[in-house]
Write a protein that binds this ligand. Structure first.
Ligand code: NAD
Length: 490
C-alpha cells in the first residue's frame, strides 16, 4: 500500500479524513507511487479558519521581516533542487532537465517577491489642496487560495505563493490531484522556515475541495491555473461569492514560420517547444503556419526532427520527450490523431504504437506530425496537450496573422523570421498575451506578468511580478489634514 499524502494545516501535518483517495502513477512505469486524499470541505474550513486567525498578526509583520522567510525558502529550494526535480519527473513524466528548469523558475519568483518592500510601496501627494495630503497604501487582501494544474507541479504555485506571503496574505495551496507529490516535498521545506501556523497551508483534493474553497467566506481571493473549462467555472463561482479571481486557462499556440527564417535554429527550437514536456506545456507551440516557400523546406526538416526525438523515462540520460500524464491522456491523443485524418490531415510522422524498451507499461506517445490540417477543424482549434504538432500554410504574412487571430485561445504566439519589419508587424497585430520572436516558449520571467488573453485567461491581473502584488493587495487612500493652529500647541 502506497503512502497517502497528508495535508499541512495550522502548522501541522495531518492525515486527511477523506473517504476517497486516488492513485498517483509514475507515467513512465504506470506504478502507483502515492495516493492523494480527496479532502472534504471540513478540512478546507479548518485551513481557512487557521488562515483567518493567522492573518491579523501576519499582516502587521513588517515587509522587511516577512521576506526573511522567503530568503530562507530560496536557499532550501536551491539545496533540495535535485530531489524535487526527481520527484517532479516521477509524478509528471518530464525529463530531469525540464523538472530542474521549472524549479529554477519557481525560485526566480521567490527572489522577485523578496523585493516586496519596494514592490508594495504606495503613492503620495503633498498639498493636494492647501494643507491637505493624500496617500495610497497597499494592504494585504486576506486569506487566499491557489489551485494548481498537473503540468508544472513544482513551479505554478510559485507564480502566486511568494507574493501572497510577502504582501502579508495567508495562503492555502490546493495542488493538482494528478501530481501532488512535489508540493508535499516543498511543504516539508516550508515547514522548516519557521512561519507562524496558518500562514501557508496545503490541502489536497479534487472538485469537492475546490468547491469548498470557492464557497468559503474567509477566503478573499483565488489564483488558479488549469484547463479553460475549469478556469471558466472557477472564475464564475469565485466571482459569484464576491472573491477576487485570476484564472489562467488552456491554450493552442501557433507559430508563423517565414521563408527568411533561420531553419536550423527554428527546427531545433520548435521541436523542443512542440515535444518538450511531452507537449504538455501551456506555452507549447502546437500549430505551425508556414508562409510561402517556407512550406516545403520546413516540413521536410521538421519531420526529420520529429522522428529523431529520443523518447523515454525522464531520469535516463539523453531522453528528450517523456510520457504523457496518464493512460487516458494517451488514448485521447491517439483518438485525436485518428480524427485528424478523418478531417483531411495526413500523418507525416506517426508516433502511435511504439514502445520504449524497459518501460513497456508507460504512457508514451512518440512525437507525431500532421500535415494539411484544416484551419477551422477540430485538430487545429482544440487543445490536444500532447506531443502532436500540426502544419498549416498561408501565402502571406497578412494571411498567417489573420489565421492566428481567428481562434479562441490567446496564450502565446511566435514568429520565426530574420525580418525586423515582419516581427514588428506580428508583435503589433497578433491577439495573444505572450509573444515570441524566434523564441519557442515565450515564458515571461518572474518580474513580468504571465499574460494570457482571450479563453486562456479569466480576470484582470495575471500571475507573477507586479500583477501578483496588485492582485494580493487592496489599495487604501488616505486624505489627511492637520490644521496649522494645532501645531501651535507644540
Ligand atoms: P484541470 O483543469 O483538469 O485542473 C486544474 C485544477 O483544477 C486542479 O487542481 C484540479 O483538481 C481542479 N479541477 C479540475 N476539475 C475541476 C472541477 N470540475 N471543479 C473544480 N476544480 C476542478 O487542468 P490540468 O489537466 O491539471 O492541467 C492542464 C491544463 O492547464 C491545460 O489546459 C493547460 O493548458 C493548462 N495550463 C495553463 C497554464 C497557463 O498559464 N495558462 C499553465 C499551465 C497549464
Amino acid at each position: 500500500m502506497q503512502e497517502t499524502l497528508s495535508n499541512y494545516i495550522d502548522g501541522q501535518w495531518q492525515p486527511s479524513t477523506a473517504s476517497e483517495t486516488a492513485p498517483i502513477h509514475n507515467p513512465a512505469t504506470a506504478e502507483v507511487i502515492a495516493r492523494v486524499p480527496m479532502s472534504p470541505g471540513a478540512e478546507v474550513d479548518r485551513a481557512a479558519r487557521a488562515a483567518q486567525a493567522a492573518f491579523e498578526e501576519w499582516r502587521r509583520v513588517p515587509a522587511v521581516d516577512r521576506v526573511q522567510f522567503l530568503f530562507k525558502l530560496k536557499h532550501l529550494l536551491e539545496e533540495h533542487m535535485d530531489a524535487i526535480a526527481r520527484c517532479i519527473t516521477n509524478e509528471c513524466g518530464k525529463t530531469y532537465d525540464e523538472s530542474a528548469g521549472e524549479m529554477r523558475r519557481a525560485i526566480e519568483n521567490v527572489e522577485t517577491a523578496c523585493g516586496i518592500p519596494t514592490l508594495m510601496q504606495g503613492w503620495n501627494n503633498e498639498d493636494i489642496a492647501r494643507g491637505i495630503d493624500e496617500h495610497m497604501f497597499r494592504q494585504p487582501i486576506g486569506p487566499v487560495a491557489i489551485i494548481a494544474p498537473f503540468n508544472f507541479p513544482g513551479m505554478i504555485p510559485f507564480w502566486f505563493l511568494p507574493y501572497a506571503l510577502a504582501t502579508g496574505c495567508c495562503a492555502i495551496v490546493k495542488p493538482s490531484d494528478k501530481c501532488p507529490v512535489a508540493q508535499q516535498h516543498i511543504f516539508r521545506l516550508i515547514e522548516g522556515i519557521g512561519l507562524p501556523p496558518g500562514v501557508i497551508q496545503l490541502v489536497n483534493g479534487g472538485k469537492e475541495t475546490v468547491d469548498a474553497i470557492l464557497d468559503h467566506p474567509a477566503i478573499r481571493a483565488v489564483s488558479m491555473v488549469g484547463s479553460t473549462p475549469t478556469a471558466r467555472y472557477i472564475y464564475r463561482r469565485a466571482a459569484e461569492n464576491g472573491k477576487r479571481a485570476q484564472c489562467q486557462g488552456g491554450a493552442k499556440n501557433p507559430v508563423v514560420v517565414m521563408p527568411d527564417a533561420d531553419y536550423d535554429s527554428a527546427v531545433r527550437i520548435l521541436s523542443d517547444s512542440a515535444y518538450g514536456c511531452a507537449g504538455q506545456r501551456c506555452l507549447a507551440l502546437s500549430v505551425a503556419i508556414t508562409v510561402g516557400e517556407a512550406r516545403d523546406v520546413f516540413r521536410e526538416r521538421f519531420a526529420e526532427a520529429t522522428a529523431a526525438r529520443v523518447v523515454g523515462y525522464g531520469l535516463d540520460k539523453g531522453v528528450q520527450t517523456g510520457p504523457v500524464i496518464s493512460a487516458e491522456s494517451k488514448a485521447r491523443l491517439e483518438k485525436a490523431i485518428e480524427e485528424a485524418t478523418a478531417e483531411g490531415a495526413s500523418i507525416l510522422v506517426d508516433g502511435r504504437g511504439k514502445k520504449v524498451p524497459g518501460y513497456e507499461n508507460g504512457y508514451f506517445l512518440h512525437p507525431t506530425l500532421l500535415d494539411n490540417v484544416p484551419h477551422n477543424g477540430r485538430t487545429a482549434t482544440t487543445e490536444l496537450f500532447g506531443p502532436v504538432f500540426s502544419l498549416m500554410h498561408a501565402d502571406t504574412l497578412e494571411d498567417a496573422i489573420a489565421m492566428v487571430n481567428d481562434r479562441t485561445y490567446g496564450n502565446m504566439a511566435s514568429i520565426f523570421t530574420s525580418s525586423g519589419a515582419a516581427a514588428r508587424k506580428f508583435r503589433a497585430e497578433v491577439a495573444a498575451g505572450n509573444i515570441g520572436v524566434n523564441i519557442g516558449v515565450a515564458a515571461p520571467m518572474a518580474f513580468f506578468p504571465f499574460s494570457g488573453w482571450r479563453a486562456s485567461f479569466f480576470g484582470d491581473l495575471h500571475g507573477q511580478g507586479k500583477h501578483a502584488v496588485e492582485f494580493f493587495t487592496e489599495t487604501k487612500v488616505v486624505v489627511e489634514r492637520w490644521p496649522k493652529e494645532w501645531s501651535r500647541k507644540f
